[in-house]
Design a protein around this ligand. Sequence first.
Ligand SMILES: Nc1nc2c(c(=O)[nH]1)N[C@H]1C(S)=C(S)[C@@H](COP(=O)(O)O)O[C@H]1N2
Ligand SMILES: [Mo]
Length: 405
Amino acid sequence: MRLGTTSHLECGRSMNINNLETMNRRHWFGMALGGVATLASGAYGRTRSDDEVVELILRGKDPLNAETPASTFVTYFTPNSHFFVRSHFGAPAVGLRPWSLRIEGLGTQPRDMSIEDLNRHEQVTLPAVLQCAGNGRGNFSPTIPGVGWQRGGVGNAEWSGVRLADLLDQQLRTNPERDQIKHVQFLGADLPPNPKTPAFFRSLPIARALDPTTLIATRMNGEPIPALHGGPVRLIVPRWTGNHWIKWVRTIRLARDEAPGFYQQTGYKIPRDLSQPPATLKPEDLVPVTLLNVKSLIARPTEGALIHPGQTAIRGVAWTGDGRIATVEVAVDDQPWKAATLEGPDHEGAWRLWSFAWNAAPGKHRIRARATDTSGASQPIITPWNKSGYLWNAIETVNLEVRNS
Ligand SMILES: Nc1nc2c(c(=O)[nH]1)N[C@H]1C(S)=C(S)[C@@H](COP(=O)(O)O)O[C@H]1N2
Ligand SMILES: [Mo]
Protein backbone atom coordinates (compact mmCIF):
# COMPACT_ATOMS: atom_id res chain seq x y z
CA MET A 1 0.00 0.00 0.00
CA ARG A 2 1.33 3.35 -0.96
CA LEU A 3 0.03 6.04 1.32
CA GLY A 4 -0.19 9.74 0.79
CA THR A 5 0.35 11.63 -2.40
CA THR A 6 1.74 15.14 -2.20
CA SER A 7 -1.57 16.75 -3.14
CA HIS A 8 -3.04 15.66 0.15
CA LEU A 9 0.00 16.46 2.21
CA GLU A 10 0.33 20.15 2.73
CA CYS A 11 2.68 22.03 0.50
CA GLY A 12 6.04 20.38 1.19
CA ARG A 13 7.90 18.26 -1.31
CA SER A 14 7.67 14.60 -0.60
CA MET A 15 10.37 12.00 -0.61
CA ASN A 16 10.83 8.34 -0.05
CA ILE A 17 13.11 7.67 2.88
CA ASN A 18 14.50 4.64 1.09
CA ASN A 19 16.21 7.03 -1.31
CA LEU A 20 17.91 9.12 1.32
CA GLU A 21 21.38 7.89 0.43
CA THR A 22 21.26 9.79 -2.78
CA MET A 23 20.35 13.01 -1.06
CA ASN A 24 23.08 13.71 1.36
CA ARG A 25 26.42 12.05 1.77
CA ARG A 26 26.63 12.95 5.43
CA HIS A 27 23.68 10.70 6.06
CA TRP A 28 25.01 7.77 4.15
CA PHE A 29 26.69 6.11 7.12
CA GLY A 30 23.53 6.57 9.10
CA MET A 31 21.46 4.71 6.58
CA ALA A 32 24.07 2.03 6.15
CA LEU A 33 24.13 1.40 9.88
CA GLY A 34 20.59 2.04 11.01
CA GLY A 35 18.97 0.98 7.81
CA VAL A 36 15.36 1.30 6.90
CA ALA A 37 12.89 -0.36 9.20
CA THR A 38 11.52 -3.63 8.00
CA LEU A 39 9.20 -5.45 10.35
CA ALA A 40 9.01 -4.20 13.88
CA SER A 41 6.98 -5.73 16.63
CA GLY A 42 6.95 -5.28 20.35
CA ALA A 43 4.80 -5.49 23.43
CA TYR A 44 2.16 -3.36 21.73
CA GLY A 45 2.02 -5.34 18.51
CA ARG A 46 3.05 -5.09 14.94
CA THR A 47 3.79 -1.62 13.67
CA ARG A 48 3.78 -1.90 9.88
CA SER A 49 3.03 -4.15 7.02
CA ASP A 50 5.75 -5.52 4.79
CA ASP A 51 4.99 -3.68 1.60
CA GLU A 52 4.07 -0.28 2.97
CA VAL A 53 5.94 2.66 1.47
CA VAL A 54 5.25 6.05 2.96
CA GLU A 55 6.71 9.26 1.66
CA LEU A 56 8.03 11.78 4.15
CA ILE A 57 7.51 15.49 3.54
CA LEU A 58 10.93 17.03 3.08
CA ARG A 59 11.48 20.25 5.04
CA GLY A 60 15.23 20.55 4.49
CA LYS A 61 17.98 18.47 2.91
CA ASP A 62 21.18 19.40 4.67
CA PRO A 63 20.72 18.95 7.51
CA LEU A 64 17.87 16.54 6.88
CA ASN A 65 14.49 17.58 8.28
CA ALA A 66 11.42 15.68 7.18
CA GLU A 67 7.93 15.22 8.55
CA THR A 68 5.55 12.28 8.65
CA PRO A 69 2.31 12.55 6.66
CA ALA A 70 -0.42 12.91 9.29
CA SER A 71 -2.58 10.55 7.20
CA THR A 72 -0.46 7.70 8.63
CA PHE A 73 -1.37 8.51 12.25
CA VAL A 74 -3.92 5.70 12.46
CA THR A 75 -1.64 3.18 14.19
CA TYR A 76 -0.47 3.26 17.78
CA PHE A 77 3.20 3.19 16.80
CA THR A 78 4.77 5.29 14.08
CA PRO A 79 7.12 2.97 12.15
CA ASN A 80 10.82 3.88 12.11
CA SER A 81 10.72 3.95 8.31
CA HIS A 82 8.64 7.12 8.30
CA PHE A 83 9.18 8.63 11.74
CA PHE A 84 9.91 12.37 11.38
CA VAL A 85 13.55 13.48 11.39
CA ARG A 86 14.86 16.66 12.98
CA SER A 87 18.56 17.41 13.18
CA HIS A 88 20.55 20.60 13.48
CA PHE A 89 23.76 19.36 11.86
CA GLY A 90 22.84 15.99 10.37
CA ALA A 91 23.61 12.49 11.58
CA PRO A 92 27.27 11.87 12.43
CA ALA A 93 29.11 8.88 11.00
CA VAL A 94 28.19 6.75 13.98
CA GLY A 95 29.10 3.37 12.52
CA LEU A 96 32.82 3.88 12.20
CA ARG A 97 33.93 2.93 15.71
CA PRO A 98 32.40 1.04 18.64
CA TRP A 99 30.23 3.40 20.66
CA SER A 100 31.37 4.59 24.01
CA LEU A 101 29.47 6.74 26.45
CA ARG A 102 31.26 8.78 29.11
CA ILE A 103 29.74 9.78 32.45
CA GLU A 104 31.78 12.52 34.11
CA GLY A 105 31.49 15.77 36.04
CA LEU A 106 31.30 17.17 39.52
CA GLY A 107 32.82 14.99 42.23
CA THR A 108 33.29 11.89 40.11
CA GLN A 109 35.92 10.06 38.08
CA PRO A 110 34.99 9.77 34.37
CA ARG A 111 33.51 6.38 33.55
CA ASP A 112 33.34 5.03 30.00
CA MET A 113 30.60 2.60 29.08
CA SER A 114 30.13 0.44 26.01
CA ILE A 115 26.78 -0.65 24.61
CA GLU A 116 27.44 -4.02 26.28
CA ASP A 117 27.88 -2.25 29.65
CA LEU A 118 24.55 -0.49 29.08
CA ASN A 119 22.86 -3.77 28.30
CA ARG A 120 23.94 -5.19 31.66
CA HIS A 121 21.54 -2.79 33.42
CA GLU A 122 17.82 -3.51 33.79
CA GLN A 123 16.05 -2.93 30.47
CA VAL A 124 12.91 -0.80 30.42
CA THR A 125 10.42 -0.55 27.55
CA LEU A 126 7.82 2.18 27.26
CA PRO A 127 5.71 3.90 24.61
CA ALA A 128 6.18 7.66 24.27
CA VAL A 129 5.38 10.55 21.97
CA LEU A 130 8.32 12.42 20.52
CA GLN A 131 7.21 15.83 19.24
CA CYS A 132 9.40 18.71 18.09
CA ALA A 133 8.65 21.87 20.09
CA GLY A 134 8.20 23.58 16.73
CA ASN A 135 5.64 21.13 15.31
CA GLY A 136 2.87 23.23 13.72
CA ARG A 137 5.14 26.27 13.40
CA GLY A 138 3.89 26.63 9.82
CA ASN A 139 0.46 27.60 11.19
CA PHE A 140 1.59 30.74 13.00
CA SER A 141 0.94 34.09 11.45
CA PRO A 142 2.98 36.19 10.91
CA THR A 143 5.34 33.54 9.57
CA ILE A 144 8.21 32.41 11.81
CA PRO A 145 11.62 31.41 10.44
CA GLY A 146 12.72 27.84 11.15
CA VAL A 147 11.52 24.45 10.01
CA GLY A 148 7.95 25.04 8.75
CA TRP A 149 6.40 21.92 10.26
CA GLN A 150 2.71 21.39 9.62
CA ARG A 151 1.26 18.40 11.49
CA GLY A 152 3.83 15.65 11.27
CA GLY A 153 6.79 16.73 13.45
CA VAL A 154 5.59 14.10 15.89
CA GLY A 155 5.38 10.33 16.32
CA ASN A 156 4.73 7.67 18.95
CA ALA A 157 7.26 4.86 19.34
CA GLU A 158 8.15 2.05 21.70
CA TRP A 159 11.51 2.85 23.28
CA SER A 160 13.77 0.46 25.19
CA GLY A 161 16.86 1.14 27.21
CA VAL A 162 18.10 1.75 30.72
CA ARG A 163 16.95 4.31 33.25
CA LEU A 164 19.32 7.25 33.38
CA ALA A 165 18.86 7.11 37.18
CA ASP A 166 20.30 3.58 37.22
CA LEU A 167 23.32 4.62 35.15
CA LEU A 168 24.05 7.58 37.42
CA ASP A 169 23.29 5.78 40.68
CA GLN A 170 26.81 4.76 41.62
CA GLN A 171 28.43 8.07 40.69
CA LEU A 172 25.79 9.99 42.64
CA ARG A 173 25.68 7.80 45.75
CA THR A 174 29.40 7.97 46.35
CA ASN A 175 29.65 11.63 45.32
CA PRO A 176 31.14 14.07 47.86
CA GLU A 177 29.50 16.96 45.95
CA ARG A 178 26.08 15.35 45.59
CA ASP A 179 24.25 18.35 47.07
CA GLN A 180 25.78 20.64 44.45
CA ILE A 181 24.58 18.60 41.47
CA LYS A 182 21.49 20.35 40.11
CA HIS A 183 21.69 19.54 36.37
CA VAL A 184 22.82 16.77 34.04
CA GLN A 185 24.36 17.96 30.77
CA PHE A 186 24.37 16.01 27.50
CA LEU A 187 26.53 16.22 24.41
CA GLY A 188 25.83 14.31 21.22
CA ALA A 189 28.32 13.23 18.58
CA ASP A 190 26.93 15.59 15.91
CA LEU A 191 29.35 18.46 15.82
CA PRO A 192 28.42 21.71 14.08
CA PRO A 193 29.85 22.28 10.60
CA ASN A 194 32.13 25.11 11.74
CA PRO A 195 33.67 26.07 15.07
CA LYS A 196 31.68 29.32 15.32
CA THR A 197 28.37 27.46 15.32
CA PRO A 198 27.32 26.40 18.83
CA ALA A 199 27.01 22.66 19.50
CA PHE A 200 23.66 21.12 20.44
CA PHE A 201 24.63 21.06 24.10
CA ARG A 202 21.71 20.71 26.50
CA SER A 203 20.83 19.69 30.04
CA LEU A 204 18.04 18.37 32.23
CA PRO A 205 17.32 19.49 35.79
CA ILE A 206 18.43 16.69 38.15
CA ALA A 207 14.85 15.75 39.13
CA ARG A 208 13.88 15.19 35.51
CA ALA A 209 17.13 13.31 34.83
CA LEU A 210 16.34 10.91 37.70
CA ASP A 211 12.67 10.45 36.74
CA PRO A 212 12.16 6.70 36.17
CA THR A 213 10.83 7.34 32.63
CA THR A 214 13.98 9.17 31.51
CA LEU A 215 15.88 6.55 29.52
CA ILE A 216 19.15 6.10 27.73
CA ALA A 217 17.61 4.13 24.90
CA THR A 218 19.13 1.73 22.40
CA ARG A 219 15.97 0.39 20.73
CA MET A 220 13.06 1.98 18.87
CA ASN A 221 10.00 -0.06 17.89
CA GLY A 222 11.82 -3.30 18.58
CA GLU A 223 14.98 -2.67 16.57
CA PRO A 224 18.27 -0.85 17.19
CA ILE A 225 17.61 2.90 16.98
CA PRO A 226 18.26 3.97 13.37
CA ALA A 227 21.14 6.42 13.03
CA LEU A 228 18.82 9.18 11.81
CA HIS A 229 16.97 8.90 15.13
CA GLY A 230 20.06 9.05 17.30
CA GLY A 231 21.27 5.46 17.27
CA PRO A 232 23.04 3.74 18.73
CA VAL A 233 22.19 5.70 21.93
CA ARG A 234 19.68 8.48 22.54
CA LEU A 235 17.94 10.12 25.46
CA ILE A 236 14.19 9.55 25.96
CA VAL A 237 12.33 12.19 27.97
CA PRO A 238 8.63 11.25 27.86
CA ARG A 239 6.11 14.14 28.19
CA TRP A 240 8.81 16.73 27.34
CA THR A 241 9.47 18.33 23.93
CA GLY A 242 11.84 16.72 21.40
CA ASN A 243 14.73 19.14 21.96
CA HIS A 244 15.43 17.28 25.24
CA TRP A 245 15.69 13.91 23.49
CA ILE A 246 19.42 14.13 22.72
CA LYS A 247 20.55 11.87 19.90
CA TRP A 248 23.95 10.11 19.57
CA VAL A 249 24.68 10.67 23.28
CA ARG A 250 28.44 10.64 23.91
CA THR A 251 28.89 12.53 27.15
CA ILE A 252 26.75 12.80 30.27
CA ARG A 253 28.02 15.36 32.77
CA LEU A 254 26.96 15.92 36.38
CA ALA A 255 26.92 19.67 36.93
CA ARG A 256 26.00 22.57 39.14
CA ASP A 257 24.54 24.53 36.23
CA GLU A 258 22.51 24.16 33.07
CA ALA A 259 24.44 23.54 29.85
CA PRO A 260 26.04 26.78 28.67
CA GLY A 261 25.56 28.07 25.14
CA PHE A 262 22.86 28.92 22.67
CA TYR A 263 20.76 25.75 22.63
CA GLN A 264 20.08 25.82 26.37
CA GLN A 265 20.42 29.50 27.31
CA THR A 266 18.80 31.25 24.34
CA GLY A 267 16.96 28.75 22.16
CA TYR A 268 13.91 26.76 23.25
CA LYS A 269 12.39 29.46 25.45
CA ILE A 270 8.74 30.42 25.61
CA PRO A 271 6.78 33.10 27.48
CA ARG A 272 6.06 31.97 31.04
CA ASP A 273 2.34 32.17 30.32
CA LEU A 274 1.99 30.99 26.75
CA SER A 275 -1.75 31.68 26.70
CA GLN A 276 -1.30 35.35 27.68
CA PRO A 277 2.17 36.48 26.70
CA PRO A 278 3.05 40.04 27.79
CA ALA A 279 3.17 42.64 25.01
CA THR A 280 6.88 43.27 25.41
CA LEU A 281 8.91 40.32 26.60
CA LYS A 282 11.86 40.71 28.94
CA PRO A 283 14.35 37.84 29.33
CA GLU A 284 12.89 37.12 32.79
CA ASP A 285 9.47 36.52 31.18
CA LEU A 286 10.91 33.54 29.30
CA VAL A 287 11.16 29.97 30.58
CA PRO A 288 12.50 26.82 28.90
CA VAL A 289 9.92 24.90 26.88
CA THR A 290 9.51 21.55 28.67
CA LEU A 291 6.11 19.82 28.92
CA LEU A 292 4.14 19.02 25.80
CA ASN A 293 0.71 20.65 25.76
CA VAL A 294 -2.56 18.89 24.98
CA LYS A 295 -3.08 18.29 21.27
CA SER A 296 -5.02 16.18 18.78
CA LEU A 297 -4.57 15.56 15.08
CA ILE A 298 -7.06 14.36 12.49
CA ALA A 299 -5.36 11.65 10.43
CA ARG A 300 -8.26 10.73 8.16
CA PRO A 301 -9.93 12.03 6.15
CA THR A 302 -7.13 14.32 5.04
CA GLU A 303 -7.33 18.02 4.22
CA GLY A 304 -9.03 18.58 0.86
CA ALA A 305 -10.24 14.96 0.63
CA LEU A 306 -13.15 13.97 -1.55
CA ILE A 307 -15.22 11.22 0.06
CA HIS A 308 -18.41 9.30 -0.65
CA PRO A 309 -21.63 10.03 1.26
CA GLY A 310 -22.52 7.67 4.11
CA GLN A 311 -20.82 6.19 7.14
CA THR A 312 -17.23 7.38 7.52
CA ALA A 313 -14.77 6.97 10.37
CA ILE A 314 -12.91 10.13 11.35
CA ARG A 315 -9.68 9.02 12.99
CA GLY A 316 -6.73 10.54 14.70
CA VAL A 317 -4.43 10.72 17.70
CA ALA A 318 -4.26 12.85 20.86
CA TRP A 319 -1.65 13.34 23.56
CA THR A 320 -0.53 15.58 26.41
CA GLY A 321 2.50 16.10 28.61
CA ASP A 322 0.35 16.63 31.69
CA GLY A 323 -1.61 13.54 32.78
CA ARG A 324 -3.65 11.61 30.25
CA ILE A 325 -6.15 12.32 27.52
CA ALA A 326 -9.59 12.66 29.13
CA THR A 327 -11.74 13.35 26.04
CA VAL A 328 -11.50 14.01 22.34
CA GLU A 329 -14.51 15.76 20.80
CA VAL A 330 -15.37 16.26 17.17
CA ALA A 331 -17.54 18.96 15.60
CA VAL A 332 -18.88 18.85 12.06
CA ASP A 333 -19.43 22.34 10.64
CA ASP A 334 -21.22 24.38 13.32
CA GLN A 335 -22.88 21.45 15.01
CA PRO A 336 -22.19 20.86 18.71
CA TRP A 337 -19.08 19.04 19.92
CA LYS A 338 -19.61 15.31 20.36
CA ALA A 339 -17.37 12.78 22.12
CA ALA A 340 -15.11 10.60 19.97
CA THR A 341 -14.25 7.06 21.11
CA LEU A 342 -10.82 6.66 22.68
CA GLU A 343 -9.13 3.45 21.52
CA GLY A 344 -6.04 1.35 22.06
CA PRO A 345 -3.51 1.56 24.89
CA ASP A 346 -3.73 4.40 27.42
CA HIS A 347 -0.22 5.08 28.66
CA GLU A 348 1.02 8.31 30.22
CA GLY A 349 3.39 10.09 27.82
CA ALA A 350 2.20 8.15 24.76
CA TRP A 351 -0.59 9.10 22.40
CA ARG A 352 -4.15 7.81 22.31
CA LEU A 353 -5.93 6.70 19.16
CA TRP A 354 -9.49 7.95 18.68
CA SER A 355 -12.29 7.57 16.17
CA PHE A 356 -15.63 9.19 15.45
CA ALA A 357 -18.44 7.69 13.35
CA TRP A 358 -19.90 10.24 10.96
CA ASN A 359 -22.75 9.89 8.55
CA ALA A 360 -21.39 12.14 5.81
CA ALA A 361 -24.00 14.13 3.87
CA PRO A 362 -23.15 15.60 0.46
CA GLY A 363 -21.54 19.04 0.49
CA LYS A 364 -18.45 20.81 1.75
CA HIS A 365 -17.68 20.28 5.39
CA ARG A 366 -15.34 21.44 8.08
CA ILE A 367 -14.33 18.84 10.68
CA ARG A 368 -12.75 19.94 13.94
CA ALA A 369 -11.18 17.92 16.77
CA ARG A 370 -10.43 19.06 20.29
CA ALA A 371 -8.67 17.12 23.07
CA THR A 372 -8.87 17.74 26.81
CA ASP A 373 -6.46 16.20 29.29
CA THR A 374 -6.92 15.08 32.90
CA SER A 375 -5.38 18.35 34.15
CA GLY A 376 -8.39 20.09 32.56
CA ALA A 377 -6.37 21.71 29.76
CA SER A 378 -8.06 21.83 26.38
CA GLN A 379 -6.92 22.88 22.91
CA PRO A 380 -7.36 26.61 22.26
CA ILE A 381 -8.94 28.17 19.17
CA ILE A 382 -5.58 29.69 18.40
CA THR A 383 -2.15 29.29 20.01
CA PRO A 384 -0.78 32.77 20.79
CA TRP A 385 2.12 33.73 18.55
CA ASN A 386 5.53 33.25 20.15
CA LYS A 387 8.85 34.23 18.66
CA SER A 388 10.16 30.74 17.89
CA GLY A 389 6.81 29.21 16.99
CA TYR A 390 6.69 26.58 19.74
CA LEU A 391 3.87 24.41 21.06
CA TRP A 392 1.23 25.03 18.41
CA ASN A 393 -1.83 23.11 19.64
CA ALA A 394 -4.86 24.93 18.28
CA ILE A 395 -8.03 22.98 17.57
CA GLU A 396 -7.44 20.78 14.54
CA THR A 397 -9.44 21.51 11.38
CA VAL A 398 -9.85 19.54 8.17
CA ASN A 399 -11.91 20.75 5.20
CA LEU A 400 -13.33 18.17 2.83
CA GLU A 401 -16.03 17.50 0.30
CA VAL A 402 -18.64 14.74 0.29
CA ARG A 403 -19.98 13.82 -3.13
CA ASN A 404 -20.83 10.86 -5.33
CA SER A 405 -17.96 10.75 -7.75
N1 LIG B 1 22.43 15.45 19.15
C1 LIG B 1 21.27 15.96 18.75
N2 LIG B 1 20.14 15.58 19.36
C2 LIG B 1 18.94 16.05 18.96
C3 LIG B 1 18.85 17.03 17.93
C4 LIG B 1 20.06 17.41 17.28
O1 LIG B 1 20.07 18.21 16.33
N3 LIG B 1 21.24 16.86 17.71
N4 LIG B 1 17.61 17.54 17.60
C5 LIG B 1 16.60 17.48 18.65
C6 LIG B 1 15.27 17.89 18.23
S1 LIG B 1 15.01 19.56 18.11
C7 LIG B 1 14.26 16.98 18.05
S2 LIG B 1 12.68 17.48 17.72
C8 LIG B 1 14.51 15.53 18.14
C9 LIG B 1 14.08 14.83 16.85
O2 LIG B 1 14.29 13.46 16.90
P1 LIG B 1 14.08 12.54 15.62
O3 LIG B 1 14.93 13.07 14.52
O4 LIG B 1 14.40 11.16 16.02
O5 LIG B 1 12.61 12.67 15.25
O6 LIG B 1 15.87 15.23 18.38
C10 LIG B 1 16.52 16.10 19.29
N5 LIG B 1 17.83 15.61 19.59
MO1 LIG C 1 12.79 19.93 17.77
